[in-house]
Design a protein around this ligand. Sequence first.
Ligand SMILES: Cc1ncc(COP(=O)(O)O)c(C=O)c1O
Length: 363
Amino acid sequence: MMLTKLARKILKSVTPYTPGKPIEEVKRELRLRRAIKLASNENPLGASPKALAAIREALPGLHRYPDSHAFYLTRALSRKLKVASDQIIVGNGSDELITLALRAFVDPGQEVITAKPTFLIYRIAAQIAAARLREIPLKNLRYDLVRMRQAVGPRTKIVFIANPDNPTGTYVTKTELARFFAGLPKRVIVFLDEAYAELADAKDYPDTRRYLKTHPVIITRTFSKAYGLSGIRVGYGLGPRELIQAMHRVREPFNVNALAQAAARAALSDSAHLAATRRLLRREKPFLYRGLAKLGLKAVPSAANFILFRVGPRAGQVARGLLRRGIIVRDLRAWNLPNHLRVTVGLPSENRAFMKALKEELK
Ligand SMILES: Cc1ncc(COP(=O)(O)O)c(C=O)c1O
């Protein structure tokens, strides 16, 4: 769509985000009775029953504004993560925290470093903030922290690192991250986006809370993935007090709605639901890897709940074919990976339906 002349000039350079197609939209447009969404790395088990109960309990209070400081949720996070409450900020999804960090810390023309391709919001938010963007290519589909570290210069304000990364699912190790931090100037904020942290079980996946004491870091997590609450929008950030205070100053007063606060707090206490989510992944990821290998497709080892795989030049066509069969995967053209697709690990029946449809599409 044409951009109005009234828009800020900078918006011309902003690439809009293309979300995974919603189930209802696909059903409506393709006149399907059923669609399976494996496109947005959601939790196929749904939200925790405890979270759903908490939402119902919070409904009678909806005529009141939510708690601006999300006191109870922040306290629950503080206890669970052993991080002081004033080092925590809650956001309308962890996406919001990316925007808040740019708003709080980056002046127009200052530099933001990230990888390419990676989670698209860093780039979009940086463009809107009129920041200078340096995108360092992935190396073998992994963050190249050595080159990203070399790219840090006098104008660098924030470095965004998705760990695990999206859309690749790869992660940076404890050692790689420690090397990145060694000698890094304290004027550079390192934004560690850990949207899939609860699902990453490798031994050398870093516990980044140790950097809270030594460096200006912002660590973000979300309730959208492992906790199955994408639709209600809630995530959180951890950081040194001064950084978190600056982010509070630029947020809207009621950025996290009352239902989201209640749901997140309850979800946090439901360790059985999280364990079931992890169990599902442990069982189903190998099934998908085996199936993709049988079809001769190369898949990237993932530390998260999705798998990136190479189809070749027909990838877009295959994605459209899957869609006609009611299976929504992520076409990666927007990431400039036109030969690849990304599939979220679903329920056993969904994964089997996906593999069957993929096999037929590739015939
Ligand atoms: C790496 C990464 N960061 C952040 C997010 C945003 O999650 P939310 O805003 O739902 O918390 C996502 C969602 O896909 C993601 O993949």
